[in-house]
Design a protein around this ligand. Structure first.
Ligand code: GLN
Length: 552
C-alpha cells in the first residue's frame, strides 16, 4: 500500500479537493486501484450538523455517513462510492481514542497526542487502504499547513512515511499560491517558499508542488521555485483556473504529473486511458444549445451549499451537449417580488432542492405551483418534494392550511409528517433516514422510463415523510405515487398530465457523475430542451446512463 498526501499552504480555497480528485483519477486511468481519504481537522465528529453556509453542502454516502463535500468530488472523479470511514475528523479520532481509554485498552498508560492520537490516525489511514484493497491511498489534509488543528495529523503522516518505507511508498504534494501582483503583473514565488519552509519545519519535504494562480508558470519561474523549494522542476506544476474542474486532470497530465508520480512511487507504468473522459470534455466544450434552470433555494449566496446539484448539471452538459445556466432565486425574495415571479415563469425548468427549517418555504411552495400550473419541467428534491406535496394539497385538494409538521407543528393538515416516533431530534444527526435505500418504481411511470428499470438505490437524508393518512385523497386528485420504499413509504410522485413534474424524497444529486449523469437530472434537462424547442415530450426515452450501485 502506497500513499499520496495532498496538503495546502498560503491560503485556503486553492482547490486541494480537486487536485486530490484529479491525482486519484490520473492514477486510476493507468489501471492502478486507488481510494481517497479526507482529513478534516475540525472537532465535529461528522459534517451532519454543520451549516452549509460555513462549509458548503453536506454530502451523504451510501452507508449514510454525512461527510465533507470533497468526498463528493472524489466519488465524481473516480466514478466510485466511498465509505464514511474515509472522512477522518479530529472528533472521530478523539472519540475512538477516548473509547479505547475507557475500555482500558491502553493498560494504564498515560494517553497522549503522540503516540495515541497519531497512532489512531495512522490506523485509520491504513484501514482505508486495507478495506478497499487500494494500491494507492490518496489523503487530503483539510486546512492550511501551520494550523494548530492539523498538527497531529501532519505528525502522523510524517511518521507514516517512515513506517511504510519512506519516499518510495509515500509522496507529499503541496498546493500553494503563486499570486500575480503589481502594475507589470509579476508572478510572486515568496508565499510558496514560506509555505514550503513551514512544511519542512514539521519534518515533511514536498515531492511535488501545485502552484495555483492566474497565470501559467514560465519555465524560469518553475526553475526558481524548484531551486528555492528543493523540488525537481518537472514536479513544479502550474494550475491556473480551468473551464471546469473536470478539465484539471488532463491539464495536470499535460505537465507529466502522472508519469512523475508513477516513477516516484515505483508504480507500474502503463498508458493512461482517457477516452471516455475526453469524450465528456469535448461534448461539454462543444455544447451549443442552452437552457435556463430556475433554482429556488435558501443559501443562494454560497453556491457550494448546492455543489452536487451544480455538478449534476455539468454532467448533463458533458453528455447531452446542452449548456445548463442556473438562475438563482432566493425563496424569500421570490415570494415578495412579482418581477422575480415573472422571471421564474420564463425558466425552462425549475428545481427546488432539499433543506431544513421554515425560512423561504412559502416561496418554494409558490415555485412548485408555478411549475405545475405552467407546465414547466420540475424536479423537487427532499424538502422540495415535500413542499410540492404541500402545494398540491393546498391548491388541488383545497386543504388551505396544509403543511409539513416540521414547518408548522400546529397545521390542521400535516400532509408531510414524522412517520416513525423518533425520540430525541435534539440528538442532531442521529434520527434521520440516511444513506442508500431501495426504491421501487411503478410500471410505465415517467420515472420507470427515465431510469429504464423498476428498482433503484438512492441516497436519503431526511426525517419527515408524506403522511399516508392523506394519500388516498391526494391520489384521487392526480398526485401519482410512482416510487415507494419496500415498506410502503412514499419515495416519489409525478403529475401525469404534466410534461415533467417529479418530486423525490431522496437526493439524486449525490449519485450524478461526469461519466454517468443522473437520469433525473438528464431527464429534466431533456424535458426543458423539448419545451424550449416547442416539442413537448411527456414520456421521452432518456438514454440510460446511470446504474446506481446496488447495496445488499
Ligand atoms: N427537512 C426535511 C426533513 O427532515 C427535508 C430534509 C432535506 O431536504 N434533506 O425531512
Amino acid at each position: 500500500m502506497k500513499f499520496v498526501v495532498v496538503t495546502g499552504g498560503v491560503i485556503s480555497g486553492l482547490g486541494k479537493g480537486i487536485t486530490t480528485s484529479s491525482l486519484a483519477r490520473i492514477l486510476k486511468s493507468r489501471g492502478i486501484t486507488v481510494t481517497v481519504v479526507k482529513i478534516d481537522p475540525y472537532l465535529n465528529v461528522d459534517a451532519g450538523t454543520m451549516n452549509p453556509y460555513q462549509h458548503g453542502e453536506v454530502f451523504v454516502l451510501d452507508d449514510g455517513m454525512e461527510v465533507d463535500l470533497d468526498l463528493g468530488n472524489y466519488e465524481r472523479f473516480l466514478g466510485e462510492s466511498l465509505p464514511g470511514t474515509h472522512n477522518i475528523t479530529t472528533g472521530k479520532v478523539y472519540r475512538a481514542v477516548i473509547e479505547k481509554e475507557r475500555r482500558g485498552d491502553y493498560l494504564g498508560n498515560t494517553v497522549q497526542i503522540i503516540p495515541h492520537i497519531t497512532g489512531e490516525v495512522k490506523r485509520m489511514l491504513r484501514d482505508a487502504g486495507q478495506t478497499t484493497g487500494a494500491e494507492v491511498v490518496l489523503v487530503e489534509v483539510g486546512g492550511t499547513v501551520g494550523d494548530i488543528e492539523s498538527m497531529p495529523f501532519l505528525e502522523a503522516l510524517r511518521e507514516l512515511q517512515q513506517e511504510v518505507g519512506g519516499k518510495e511508498n509515500m509522496a507529499f504534494v503541496h498546493t500553494t499560491l503563486v499570486p500575480v501582483v503589481g502594475a507589470v503583473g509579476e508572478a510572486k514565488t515568496k508565499p510558496t517558499q514560506h509555505s514550503v519552509r513551514e512544511l519542512r519545519s514539521i519534518g515533511i519535504a514536498p515531492d511535488m508542488l501545485m502552484a495555483r494562480g492566474p497565470a501559467l508558470l514560465t519555465p524560469e519561474l518553475k526553475s526558481k521555485i524548484s531551486l528555492f523549494c528543493d523540488v525537481p522542476a518537472e514536479a513544479v506544476i502550474s494550475v491556473p483556473d480551468q473551464v471546469t474542474v473536470y478539465h484539471v486532470p488532463l491539464h495536470l497530465e499535460g505537465q507529466g504529473v502522472g508519469d512523475y508520480l508513477v516513477k516516484r512511487l515505483k508504480l507500474p507504468s502503463r498508458t493512461p486511458d482517457w477516452e471516455r473522459w475526453k469524450q465528456f470534455l469535448s461534448t461539454y466544450d462543444k455544447a451549443t444549445r442552452e437552457i435556463h434552470v430556475g433554482f429556488v433555494g435558501k443559501y443562494i449566496q454560497l453556491k457550494d451549499a448546492y455543489l452536487s446539484h451544480l455538478e449534476a448539471f455539468h454532467h448533463c452538459q458533458g453528455n447531452l451537449g446542452t449548456k445548463v445556466t442556473v438562475d438563482w432565486f432566493d425563496a424569500e425574495e421570490l415570494r415578495k417580488s412579482p418581477e422575480l415571479q415573472q422571471r421564474l415563469r420564463e425558466q425552462d425548468a425549475i428545481v427546488i432542492p432539499g433543506g431544513y427549517g421554515v425560512r423561504g418555504i412559502e416561496g418554494k411552495i409558490l415555485a412548485a405551483e408555478t411549475a405545475r400550473t405552467h407546465g414547466i419541467p420540475f424536479l423537487g428534491i427532499c424538502l422540495g418534494f415535500q413542499l410540492a406535496t404541500v402545494e398540491f394539497a393546498r391548491n388541488v385538494l383545497k386543504l388551505k392550511d396544509a403543511n409539513s409538521s416540521e414547518l408548522d407543528p400546529h397545521t390542521p393538515h400535516p400532509v408531510v409528517t414524522l412517520l416513525d416516533t423518533q425520540e430525541g431530534i435534539a440528538n442532531m444527526g442521529g434520527t434521520q433516514r440516511l444513506g442508500s435505500q431501495r426504491v421501487l418504481l411503478s410500471e410505465d411511470s415517467l420515472l420507470h422510463h427515465i431510469y429504464g428499470r423498476r428498482e433503484v438505490f438512492e441516497r436519503h437524508r431526511h426525517r419527515f415523510e408524506v403522511n399516508p393518512t392523506y394519500l388516498e385523497r391526494l391520489t384521487q386528485a392526480g398526485y401519482t405515487v410512482t416510487g415507494t420504499s419496500p415498506d410502503g413509504r412514499v419515495e416519489a410522485f409525478e403529475v401525469p398530465e404534466h410534461p415533467f413534474y417529479v418530486g423525490v424524497q431522496y437526493h439524486p444529486e449525490f449519485l450524478s457523475r461526469p461519466e454517468s449523469p443522473h437520469p433525473l437530472f438528464a431527464g429534466l434537462v431533456q424535458a426543458a430542451v423539448a419545451r424550449r424547442e416547442g416539442v413537448i415530450a411527456p414520456k421521452q426515452e432518456v438514454p440510460r446512463v446511470h446504474a446506481p450501485k446496488v447495496v445488499a
